[in-house]
Every structure is written in structure tokens, then in C-alpha cells.
Design a protein around this ligand. Structure first.
Ligand SMILES: [Zn+2]
Length: 423
């Protein structure tokens, strides 16, 4: 699933389409509103908030035009003014701008084999509230699970509404193939779900009936969070972020990130690294094939190989893997399979970094030596360039957080919808 990503430093360009003069003027203003809001958020995210003049210089618009656009964004409660910066003898002090906290927010939801989550994020990137329920959801009636998710979502929405915030929409992270154009899950082998309208299920809840709902693959959304967190924590420019992001859970997903954008493929279904072949004589996989990566390196495969119960927590696995023994050996063996599959993808898509997220982040120390050894042995790029293996910084609930960020991406792409003020 392709997800749009805020990009820093993009200058104003004429929108596609056109039409009568008045319409074109209006469209241009809407486009410039989006450009200015994106710059305010981007500069604030990396700790260097810009004033009206600073934004005008960066986006190539007249200061008066930017000032008018900023005033509109302030009126819409999307942008706020910070305390003026006073510098002696420099004339009128500059007023830095920031996205408005706790105003328009995105609701990110997540369904995994072992959890449900609802998480609200505001335009500053702050997680305003979150709810997580841990439960084994495999084999459970999807209608029952989605009703529980709707209840969780409605509860989170009520909590932020009571504080004066407005929920722009919801996006649901799902561990499977999701149709790009609709909130329809095609297939989630580990949940045993197929062909479900997630939006219909959420809209059945009276408090969510009018909420815009989309859905996307969980690994793609976790990758969206990775892009954002690298920008915020490491000041990594979005455009310079290109890697294979691997998202471990019971299943294993991945996303190819190129220039900060998640590459979705023709239908948005790319990145199914869990079903890359690692051994044609290997064990059966939930997808119906056999010898896939998942039976070698998925969470349950790891626990089984280590001689531990299937529901062993990742933290317990990581703790046990820190000392030599069967758990460390199981993690290292999973790493070898993971490295083989990752090398195959790297050879196909041409990136020089592999990021391990999801359950692989806490297991990184145990996995890294064998993953890297396989990458260096099998990825052709390693012959003349270094290939990097890094630990994801997106944290837990990265998929739900990415879902909330995608909702906010839509707000940033078209702020004119909010000019009447959040209602
Ligand atoms: Zn498979």
C-alpha cells in the first residue's frame, strides 16, 4: 500500500488540471496553503521553526502572500505563533510558527494477531492518547474483533473530543493485503481473514458513522512512522531516506522506502517478504505455499525453535537471547533466513540499507550478526559498497502511529477544507 509522506523543501508548483481563471486562482491558493503548512510542520519537526519571512524565502513566494496564507492557517487552528525571537538591533522580532498542538488530529488503528490499538496523533507529532488491548485474535470472528476495534476507536475519539480536538479521520493498519482504493482487506493469512470491508464495520458504531476511514498494510504504515521518527529524532532529511524496512510480527512484512516514499507496487501489495522463498523443501506457510521466510523467522517460529511457548513475549525472548544458549541460537538461525530473504529484495530493488522493525527491533543484537553476514555474502552491492543494517526507531505501535500520520498527511495536503475552522 502506498502511503503519502510529507516531504520537506518542496517549492510551490502549479497543480495539475486547470480551468477558468477564478477556479485556477482558488486552486493555486489551496495548493500554496498546503505548501506553507508543510513547511511549517517540516521546519518545526527538525527543531528549527520558521517565521513568515523564513517560509517565504524557502518556498519562493512573496512575504505578503505567505503572511496571508499563514493567517488563514492560524484561523483554521492548523498553525500557531510561538514567542517572538528578540535579537538586539534587528528591528521587528521574528515570530516562529508551529503546527497547532491538540487541534486537528488523526486516529490510527491497528489490528494484529495479538493486539488491537487506537492511537491519536496531532500535527506536532505528539501522541495525544492511546489504547492497546492484547489478545490472541487468530481464529476469532472478524466481526467481533472489528466491533471491539470500533469500541476502542470510539473511546479514543470521545477522549480527544472532550478536550476540544477534532478527529480528521481514521486509518486502520492490517497485517495483510489491503485494497488501495477502499478500506477493504483482501487477505490476512495469520488472522484467517479475507475480503472484509473495514470501513463498513467501523461505521456500524454510532459514534463513528460519519468518520472517514481508510486502511493500509501494517508494515507500510510502520515504515511511514520510521520516516517521520528519523526526521524528528535524527534530523534525517525525508528525501534522503531509502531502505528496505522489515516489520517482524507473527507474520513478516516489509516496505521499500525510496526518497522517503513508501513504494507500494501496482496494487499497493508490494513488500510481502514473509512469503519470499528461502527453501523449496521448507515447511508449510499460512499463505498456502511452503518454504517461505515466515515459518523460519516469524515470531512463533522463533519461539518454537527456541523451545519456548508460542506466546512468549518478545521482551522475554530478547532477554533470553542475550546469553549463549538455545534461544540465542534460534534468533541467530532466524537472522540467517531473514538475511537471505532481505538480500534477495536488496538485489531486486537497489537499496543499501536494511532496517529491522517490529519484534526485530528488540531482538536486533541477536539477529544482526547473521542477518549482516547473509547480506554481505548475497547482496551484490556489498561487493563495492557498504550495506547497512540498522534498528528501527519507530518504537512499539509504529503501525498505528503510521496510520494516524497518514490521516494527517491528508490534512496537510488539503488544508483548505479546514478554513472554516475545525467543527
Ligand atoms: Zn508464505
Amino acid at each position: 500500500m502506498s502511503t503519502s509522506t510529507r516531504r520537506g523543501g518542496s517549492g510551490p508548483t502549479l497543480p495539475r488540471g486547470g480551468g477558468a481563471g477564478a477556479a485556477r486562482q482558488s486552486t493555486l491558493r489551496e495548493h500554496n496553503l498546503a505548501v506553507v503548512l508543510e513547511r511549517v510542520i517540516g521546519a518545526h519537526a527538525v527543531g528549527t521553526p520558521l517565521s513568515r519571512s523564513g517560509i517565504a524565502g524557502e518556498v519562493g513566494l512573496a512575504r505578503a502572500t505567505v503572511s496571508d496564507l499563514v493567517d488563514r492557517l492560524i484561523g483554521a487552528r492548523l498553525v500557531t505563533e510561538l514567542d517572538p525571537l528578540t535579537s538586539p538591533g534587528a528591528g521587528r522580532p521574528a515570530v516562529p510558527l508551529a503546527p497547532t498542538a491538540r487541534s486537528v488530529v488523526g486516529l490510527g488503528l491497528s489490528v494484529g494477531t495479538d493486539h488491537l490499538a487506537a492511537l491519536v496523533v496531532d500535527l506536532t507529532g505528539l501522541t495525544v492518547t492511546q489504547r492497546v488491548v492484547e489478545a490472541d485474535l487468530r481464529g476469532r470472528d472478524p466481526a467481533e474483533t472489528l466491533a471491539q476495534l470500533a469500541e476502542l476507536a470510539a473511546d479514543a475519539r470521545r477522549a480527544v473530543l472532550a478536550q476540544g480536538m477534532v478527529v480528521a479521520g481514521a486509518c486502520v493498519a492490517l497485517p495483510g493485503l489491503v485494497s488501495r482504493e477502499s478500506a477493504r482487506l483482501r487477505y490476512a493469512p495469520n488472522l484467517g481473514w479475507q475480503d472484509l470491508g473495514v470501513d463498513t464495520a467501523l461505521h456500524a458504531h454510532p459514534d463513528l458513522a460519519s468518520l472517514p476511514v481508510t486502511a493500509a498494510n501494517d508494515a507500510d504504515l510502520a515504515a511511514r512512522t520510521e520516516v517521520e521518527e528519523r526526521r524528528r529524532r535524527e534530523r534525517a532529511p525525508v528525501e534522503e531516506q531509502s531502505y528496505l524496512f522489515v516489520y517482524g510480527a507473527v507474520g513478516i512484512g516489509s516496505a521499500v522506502v525510496l526518497g522517503g516514499q513508501v513504494f507500494g507496487g501496482l496494487h499497493g501489495w508490494s513488500g510481502e517478504i514473509g512469503h519470499v522463498l528461502v527453501d523449496p523443501k521448507g515447511p508449510p506457510c499460512h499463505c498456502g505455499s511452503d518454504g517461505c521466510l515466515e515459518p523460519y523467522a516469524g515470531r512463533e517460529a522463533l519461539a518454537t525453535c527456541a523451545g519456548l511457548p508460542l506466546d512468549t513475549s518478545v521482551q522475554a525472548l530478547a532477554h533470553a537471547a542475550a546469553a549463549p544458549g538455545p534461544v540465542a541460537d534460534a534468533v541467530a538461525a532466524a537472522g540467517a533466513s531473514l538475511g537471505q530473504a532481505a538480500a534477495t529484495v536488496v538485489n531486486v530493488v537497489d537499496v543499501d540499507e536494511v532496517v529491522l522493525g517490529g519484534i526485530y527491533a528488540p531482538l536486533f543484537a541477536g539477529l544482526a550478526p547473521t542477518v549482516l553476514a547473509e547480506l554481505e555474502r548475497r547482496a551484490l552491492i556489498a561487493r563495492w559498497s557498504s550495506i547497512r543494517l540498522t534498528k528501527a526507531v519507530g518504537g512499539t505501535n509504529a503501525a498505528a502511529r503510521g496510520a494516524a500520520l497518514v490521516v494527517l498527511d491528508d490534512v496537510v495536503a488539503d488544508p483548505s477544507r479546514w478554513l472554516g475552522g475545525p467543527t
